[in-house]
Design a protein around this ligand. Sequence first.
Ligand SMILES: C[S@@+](CC[C@H](N)C(=O)[O-])C[C@H]1O[C@@H](n2cnc3c(N)ncnc32)[C@H](O)[C@@H]1O
Length: 310
Amino acid sequence: MHQSVLAEEILHALATELPQPATGWCVDATLGLGGHSERVLTSFPQLSVLGLDQDPAALKLAGARLASFGARVRLRHARASGLAQAVRVEGVAPVMAVLLDLGVSSMQLDQPERGFSFQADGPLDMRMDPTRTATAAQIVNGWSESELADLFYYEGGETRSRGIAKAIVEARRNAPFTRTLPLADLIARVAGRGPRGGKIHPATLCFQALRRAVNEEGEELRLALESACEVLAPGGLLAVISFHSGEDVFVKQRFAEGERAGELERIGKGAIEPSREECRTTPRARSAKLRIARRLEQAPGQQVREGGAA
Ligand SMILES: C[S@@+](CC[C@H](N)C(=O)[O-])C[C@H]1O[C@@H](n2cnc3c(N)ncnc32)[C@H](O)[C@@H]1O
């Protein structure tokens, strides 16, 4: 199971920042197992949900979970960057909330065959959307030493990136990497103790960087924020949960830019973080940050652009 993070805080924002009773549509662009959507549908009987996920397996499970809400739920296989197009194709309006809960779900991490895990062996895959072609193996075996080093450093924050990239390039001369554990073992041998004083596995940051590259997570976030701003009705809320410091900084800057342009208004002073209690019960929540902004009046002549739904 996947525990939804910061759900109470999102419900609180919807209850206090939207005109009540809240009506219209919430686009959950990273539906996952539908935990946040279920809470929204239960707490706001006049809101409906358009749920998007790039992982067909997640959509199937969420579909079963949300079936009892009937016509209040529509689901599509799409990337978050394509949310404006999905909204247009589905003809849903007004969009009063867009939710982005970034990264992978526990369900994806816990299935070794998806290739996200450095603790259980699986194919070196890491695609959230298995219908796409680029895999982690292609990056590990195909990128140059300096490209790998830059990826580990800039996307993962791994300070031993050069040594790790060098060791990978030497090892793959004998045989390409095809499985997660041999790669994780090699990284652990080169890196030694894991980051944060050894509290996390030495391969954590490199695996995160690879996952972000395979799924184009940086570009997805950028496009998803643009797409959300296009479809939100004036007064609608954009809520983003990130688990990566670079992503949180990006969201913060995009919100500030939107505020300067008269497009967005930030809700609250900074990022909202999970309570101690939530961090205790859901360790994954520890790095979560939630930022919320309100869409202000649409500039005259602004139209919904085509997104890139999968
Ligand atoms: C953290 S989980 C969401 C969990 C969900 N909020 C819940 O409460 O069950 C993230 C989900 O978003 C999906 N995802 C991540 N990035 C995506 C993107 N750019 N487009 C569409 N889906 C994405 C993943 O496949 C995964 O199922």
